[in-house]
Design a protein around this ligand. Structure first.
Ligand code: S3P
Length: 167
């Protein structure tokens, strides 16, 4: 397993919060891919979706992932990144991929009022369907799966514990 970590999971599962905490514990840099895209493109994620559609965003996401792949540290990935085989290939080659497994209700409470383009015009049932369709994909592509419905501190403990077991 690699010493660089990529965190995957549904929107609202805590990738950014846990990623920061994990990087602090490991004393390594933390990267948030959506933040890197927004900064590099000088636009917000909703603006990119509005101007270039989801397909345009996915192209940028893949390009920025490849750029991040050589760097040491912890990377928080957007919730849709792991759905694409070309991204999963980069993950498996460069990272220990951690699935933050969080229940739908918790994720939904965190994201329902946000500006995320894939949540905004959808009903709760539609977002739940998205969650359910993605769940097996996150599970299949990860090296470690942790219960993320705990405090960030506890989630990081669990990641490190599982990691030691795999050494
Ligand atoms: C997306 C998740 C978002 C962001 C974009 C698409 C998705 O990131 O990449 O809105 O397809 O699930 P978060 O998972 O950090 O919210």
């Amino acid at each position: 397993m690699r010493d660089n970590y990529a965190l995957v999971g549904f929107m609202g599962c805590g990738k950014t919060t846990v990623g920061r905490e994990l990087a602090k514990r490991l004393q390594c840099p933390f990267w948030d891919l959506d933040a890197a895209i927004a900064q590099g493109e000088r636009r917000t994620i909703p603006e990119i979706f509005a101007q270039q559609g989801e397909a345009g965003f996915r192209e940028l996401e893949h390009a920025y992932l490849k750029r991040a792949a050589g760097r040491r540290g912890v990377l928080s990935c957007g919730g849709g990144l792991a759905l694409f085989p070309r991204n999963r290939e980069v993950l498996s080659r460069h990272f220990t991929t951690v699935f933050l497994d969080c229940d739908f209700e918790t994720c939904y409470q965190r994201i329902r009022a946000s500006s995320r383009p894939l949540v905004q015009d959808k009903s709760e049932a539609e977002v739940r369907a998205l969650f359910e369709s993605r769940y097996p994909i996150y599970q299949a592509c990860c090296d470690l799966q942790v219960n993320a419905a705990h405090s960030p501190f506890m989630v990081v403990q669990e990641i490190l514990k599982q990691r030691r077991r795999h050494r």
